[in-house]
Design a protein around this ligand. Structure first.
Ligand SMILES: Nc1ncnc2c1ncn2[C@@H]1O[C@H](COP(=O)(O)OP(=O)(O)OP(=O)(O)O)[C@@H](O)[C@H]1O
Length: 300
């Protein structure tokens, strides 16, 4: 059974379609990056998965309908939101008391062990902590809950580079195992690409790419052809080409790398480069569709 299974998932806010019939399958033991520009529908997708909003279409999370069976789902799921806040008047020890009181799967000792490795003191009040420390405390609370699915919506927003790195290292070393699944949204793709097992690009409520990181390496190749081979490389149909310091850089989709290697330097594109190219194509496609619809409308 997949941890998340969506078929034709749709969410409208009035006339605005935030999710446009998307399909998703996320298996156990995966670390999935849900990547998209502002307004793409990421938070809406997470909210549907967490049972926070009603939706159209089919959606199962850990075999449950998140909207109808939210209570049961909440026992198995943890969540850090981009607007995550902890009560500022509480002492750190009281936040542990609180989560211990409301969540049957909270292991207080685990949270304490994690916090012992930070500069956070049990007696401090939340308002005395820096933004990075609040994120660490939040992570300590969440990681001490024995959940099957952890959902992180921009968890490192506003943190400096060191805290961001530390956050993801802790997540991998202290939390992740192959029985758990992590779903992360972030705009800082470069920082998480090494920890992801899967990538989902979403734009304007639609899934633009859904594949494993291993499949990305098999499917996409970036080529910097030697000047004498530029035309030959072009004839192989790159999905994108741009110039960098006078040299052509081409992106190929499902073209055997062996055929390209003789033409220049090949490498796997970074997730950020792939994102820019695929999103650009998706925008152009949607623009053409809209123009086509308009022209057909006028003709009719
Ligand atoms: N409660 C709401 N009422 C009306 N429109 C909404 C609501 N929530 C989201 N939307 C719209 O749905 C679309 C998707 O929003 P969403 O917050 O899911 O995007 P996002 O990918 O998380 O963006 P960001 O990266 O900026 O957080 C946007 O156009 C947004 O304006």
């Amino acid at each position: 059974m997949n941890v998340i299974e969506a078929r034709g998932l749709r969410k409208r806010f009035g006339a605005k379609v935030a999710l446009d019939r998307i399909d998703l399958s996320v298996g156990k033991g995966r670390i999935v990056g849900l990547i998209g520009p502002n307004g793409a529908g990421k938070t809406t997708a997470l909210n549907a998965i967490l049972g926070l909003i009603p939706f159209e279409g089919e959606l199962r999370v850990l075999g449950l309908d998140p909207w109808r069976e939210r209570e049961a789902l909440m026992r198995e799921v943890c969540f850090i939101a981009d607007v995550a806040v902890l009560p500022r008047w509480m002492r750190v020890s009281q936040t542990l008391d609180y989560v211990g009181g409301v969540h049957p799967r909270f292991d207080r000792r685990r949270a304490e062990q994690f916090l012992a490795r930070t500069d956070i003191r049990m007696k401090s009040r939340v308002r005395e902590l820096s933004k990075g420390m609040v994120a660490q405390l939040h992570l300590a609370l969440v990681m001490a809950i024995d959940a099957k699915l952890l959902v992180l919506d921009e968890p490192t927003l506003g943190l400096d580079l060191l805290y961001r790195k530390e956050f993801y290292i802790s997540l991998l070393n202290d939390y992740f195992d192959h029985d758990r699944t992590i779903l992360i949204t972030t705009h800082q793709v470069e920082e998480i690409q090494d920890i992801l097992t899967d990538l989902i690009f979403i734009d304007q409520g639609r899934v633009v790419l859904d594949c494993s990181i291993d499949a990305v390496a098999e499917r996409f190749v970036e080529l910097m052809p030697r000047p004498e081979h530029v035309e030959e490389a072009r004839s192989l149909g790159p999905v994108h080409e741009h110039l960098l310091m006078g040299r052509s850089i081409m992106l190929f989709d499902t073209v055997a790398p062996e055929g390209l290697a003789g033409l220049g330097d090949v490498r796997t594109p970074s997730v950020a480069d792939l994102f820019v190219v695929l999103l650009g194509r998706h925008h152009a496609l949607r623009r053409n569709q809209t123009q086509g619809d308009r022209t057909r409308g006028e003709a009719a």
